[in-house]
Design a protein around this ligand. Structure first.
Ligand SMILES: *Cc1c(COP(=O)(O)O)cnc(C)c1O
Length: 370
C-alpha cells in the first residue's frame, strides 16, 4: 500500500503561515506521548506558561495555549468576555478585523466598527473620535494584519482604550515572535496568538492571556460562557493550581512543540529574533526593488514578517505562484478580498526569516517574471 506521507516534499514556506518549522520542534513532536495529568507533563505545562508570559510580556496568571489554531484564541476571547447586548468596537483594516466582527456578532454583541482602508493602519484620531462619549465593553484590534501586511499602533490605541474604561483585546497571531509583543505595557486585557506564524511551530495551538480585569469580567458574567470547549472558567482549573482538573485532553505533543519553539525564541533572544525578521525584510525589499517590484504598504507601517507586494502589470498572479511552488519548492501567499489579484503576500516568519531564504525567493521570482 502506498504511503502518501512519503510523497510530502519539503517546502520553503514564505506565505502568510505556516512558516518553516525548527528541527527542535519536529523532534519535540516525536517525543513519547505521556498522560495529560502525568506530573512530568504538568511540569512542561508550567514551563510553557512561564515562557509564554516572557514572550508576550505579561505577569498575567491566566496565560496558556488554547487547543486549536489562532482563530480558537479569537473565539475564546470573545466567547468568554461577551454577553448578549454588550457593545463591542472592532478597529478593522483587513480580513482578521472582519473575522472579529463576525465572531463577536454571533455571540449577540452589539458590534460597532471603524473601517480603515486595507493597506493602511488604524488611525488614532478616528479611534479617539469613536470612543468619545461612548462606553464599550470591549475594543479589539489586530496588531499585525496578515491580510495586508500592516502594523497597527497597538500601544497608542491601548492608551485611548484604557481611558475609555473598555477592556482591550489584541490579536497577536502574526506579530508574536516577529515584532515586540508587550501585553502589560500596552494595557491589553486579552491577547491571543497562534503557533504557525513567527513561532515556527505547526498550527494547532493558540497562546492566550487574560488580565485580572478580564478574568474578573468573566467571573462576573450573568450567563454561562456559551461554549463548553472554550470556557476559561473550567479550563483554568487544568492550567493552574494544585487540582489540575480534567477538562479536555491536552494536545500533548503540540504542547511539547510549543515548548521547544518558545525555548528557541527565548534562547535566541527576543531582540535578536526581532532584528533577524527586520534584516530579512530589508533584504527582501531591496531585492524586490531591483526586480522592479514595489511594496503595497507605506514604509512607516510595514510589517517585517508579512510583505504585501504589488503584482507587476501583466504578470500572471496564480501562474507565478504555482511555478514557484512546483519548480522551486517555494510557497508565497495570494491577496485576499479586495486585494486578490493585486498583491502577493511574502512571509518572513520565524525560522523562514533568513537571508538565504530571501535570496532563494528573489532568484526564483526573477526567473518566473522574466
Ligand atoms: C492566521 C491569523 C489568524 C487565524 O489563525 P488560524 O491559525 O488560521 O486559525 C488570526 N489573526 C491573524 C492576524 C492571523 O494572521
Amino acid at each position: 500500500m502506498s504511503n502518501l506521507l512519503d510523497g510530502i516534499k519539503p517546502t520553503l514556506l514564505m506565505g502568510p503561515g505556516p512558516s518553516c518549522v525548527y528541527d527542535e520542534v519536529y523532534a519535540a513532536l516525536g517525543k513519547p506521548t505521556i498522560g495529560h495529568l502525568d506530573p512530568y507533563f504538568i511540569k512542561i505545562m508550567d514551563a510553557v506558561k512561564e515562557d509564554l508570559m516572557a514572550a508576550i510580556g505579561t505577569g498575567n496568571h491566566l496565560t496558556m495555549p488554547m487547543s486549536g489554531t489562532g482563530s480558537s484564541g479569537m473565539e475564546t476571547c470573545f466567547v468568554n468576555l461577551v454577553e448578549p447586548g454588550d457593545k463591542v468596537l472592532i478597529l478593522t483594516n483587513g480580513v482578521f478585523g472582519k473575522r472579529m466582527e463576525d465572531v463577536a456578532g454571533r455571540l449577540g454583541a452589539e458590534v460597532d466598527s471603524v473601517h480603515f482602508e486595507w493597506g493602511t493602519p488604524v488611525l488614532l484620531e478616528e479611534v479617539e473620535k469613536k470612543l468619545k462619549g461612548k462606553s464599550y465593553a470591549i475594543v479589539a484590534v489586530v496588531h499585525a494584519e496578515t491580510s495586508t501586511g500592516v502594523r497597527n499602533p497597538v500601544a497608542e490605541v491601548g492608551r485611548l482604550v484604557r481611558s475609555s474604561g473598555a477592556l482591550y483585546l489584541v490579536d497577536c497571531v502574526t506579530s508574536l515572535g516577529g515584532i515586540p509583543v508587550r501585553m502589560d505595557e500596552w494595557g491589553a486585557d486579552a491577547l491571543y496568538s497562534g503557533t504557525q506564524k513567527c513561532l515556527s511551530c505547526p498550527p494547532g495551538l493558540a497562546p492566550l492571556s487574560f488580565s485580572d480585569r478580564a478574568v474578573n469580567r468573566v467571573k462576573a458574567r450573568k450567563s454561562k460562557v456559551p461554549n463548553w470547549y472554550l470556557d476559561l472558567t473550567m479550563i483554568m482549573h487544568y492550567w493552574e493550581g494544585n487540582t489540575r482538573a480534567y477538562h479536555h485532553t491536552a494536545p500533548i505533543n503540540m504542547i511539547y512543540a510549543l515548548y521547544a519553539a518558545l525555548r528557541h525564541f527565548l534562547e535566541e533572544g527576543q531582540d535578536k529574533a526581532h532584528a533577524r525578521h527586520q534584516d530579512a525584510h530589508e533584504r527582501l525589499v531591496a531585492g524586490l526593488e531591483k526586480l522592479g517590484i514595489s511594496m503595497y504598504v507605506d514604509k512607516a507601517s510595514r510589517l517585517p514578517m508579512l510583505n504585501a507586494v504589488t503584482i507587476p502589470q501583466g504578470v500572471d498572479d496564480a501562474g507565478v505562484r504555482s511555478r514557484l511552488l512546483k519548480e522551486y519548492g517555494i510557497e508565497i501567499g495570494n491577496g485576499l478580498g479586495t486585494l486578490a489579484g493585486k498583491i502577493w503576500r511574502i512571509g518572513l516568519m520565524g525560522h523562514t526569516a533568513r537571508p538565504e531564504n530571501v535570496d532563494r525567493l528573489l532568484a526564483a521570482l526573477a526567473s518566473c517574471i522574466k
